[in-house]
Design a protein around this ligand. Sequence first.
Ligand SMILES: *Cc1c(COP(=O)(O)O)cnc(C)c1O
Ligand SMILES: [Zn+2]
Length: 558
Amino acid sequence: MSFVIKCIDCGHTAPYFPTSVSCPKCSSQWRQAEYDLETIAKSMPLQLPGRTFDLWRYRELLPVRNPNPVIRLGEGGTPLLQAVNLGMMLGCPNIFIKDERQGPTASFKDRQAAVTIAALKEAGITEMVAASTGNVAISYSAYAARASIKLWAFVTSLVPAVKMREIALYGSQVIKVTGSYDQAKQVAAEFARQRGLYLDMGARTITSIEAMKTIAFEICEQITMALGPTTTNNGKPRPAWRTPDWYIQSVSGGMGPLGIAKGFQELQKMNMIDRIPAIAPIQSEGCSPMVIAWKAGAETATPVTSPRTHIETLATGDPGRAYPLLRKWVVETNGTFESVSDEDAFRAMHVLAKMEGISAEPAAAVAFAGLFKLARAGVIKPTDVVVVNCTGHTMPAEPFVLGDNWSRNVVLPSRVMEETPQEGLLAALSRVAPDRFPNVAIVDDNPEVRRLIRRILQSQGEYKIFEAENGKEALKLIARELPDLIVLDLMMPEIDGFSVLDALRAKPETANIPVIVATAKELTADEKNRLKGQIQALMQKGDFLSDEFLEEVKSLIK
Ligand SMILES: *Cc1c(COP(=O)(O)O)cnc(C)c1O
Ligand SMILES: [Zn+2]
């Protein structure tokens, strides 16, 4: 491919060679690849229909001359999934998940490793050093194994043991550093310097930034497939692809969003999209130097020397120059930086798994907790098209995420089994599930809303659920089943929620059943008065998050 490496500080251009890590003129380590976009804009779109949907689909825009097919592992081309349940929960229907868990080692670091190792292989490099909070070393190890490159992986001692063992399994040498991630990086750099080995430079690695661009390319292609092309473009010719309104990602060193923003920008320069989405990097509160700087209006970030987060993957305390560079993108795109607590992230992990069937690692869940926060605050609007990067899979779920009591044990007494197998089994099972679950009636004329509420309830408890689609049916159902709790809509045809309440409260059998009103309607003062004393909780659809709703449910069912 034809490209040059351009220094972002002095503009000097040079040919690419992986071991040359600084500008020959001003020694800046911040340089990036530049392509002949005008020519590529003419040729690449014609090639795309005949190419496989993977990372190499956009090979004209990657810094590898002859990508070696032998070392590939099926990188890129991950699905873009619409999150219908999350969308309904948040009142933002267009939420999409870029499912980077589906990469070869289950994180988006696979793109970085695929392109970087391909470039190193092409340059004849056989040994390398990388510091990692886990996932980079796993991805590099897998690709290094295929390319017969020896990897020295420096990880902090807080990296979960399962991740360390995976690195070792691929044949890399694991070096555990008891200290912060920033310190592990220093040790790795010194080791590489002494031995004269290639060192991974994080967000300054040209191949890594270039690899991350492919996420932007895929998102635009996929969102166009899902929603159709942009409808208007202020009188100018309509671009071929569509852009989302938001790109949200959990961030540690910032390489992902830096590369992805560059990818969107290249598409814009090629007139394939008309704008770059608002970028929202999300950090873990206990290690959020970028967010702290952003909120203080500062252009540089003060390093966090001792990160206080369980989420080791995101423990970059000193973002260095990555912050001002990323800040520029966030300002230009009207995005924002945000942080969330570990608890918010673990809760988001449960919501994502239970509502969308997606098991993400805590670091990835940070982005979803950020989405919830921004949607609640109204920063993300109901009509916005949002893409959240689900950056990594939870390998085995770490124990503190689930707490105790996540399983129930069935121990079958072997002798009883032989004599009366049925009875033994039934006795054992009776300990697994109690006879009677709390009964909940969901009354709503919208079947989608009933389905959502049912999903939320079933996600975190055992309930027997009844549904009614109008007031008349609801009154019959409630009289018959006498549920422990009613979740009631107000706006229904014929008998509305207000009249249902009046009828229930008038009869002694139903007068005391707790009621949660879930409504999409803005209530007038008069209507609020009508509900006063009649109901136990009022929840606005669209802005109720499942955990708040569940808290209400649990407190009302005795
Ligand atoms: C590396 C990583 C991040 C943070 O990525 P950066 O873009 O480098 O800040 C987020 N989530 C997961 C799962 C990661 O492995
Ligand atoms: Zn320079």
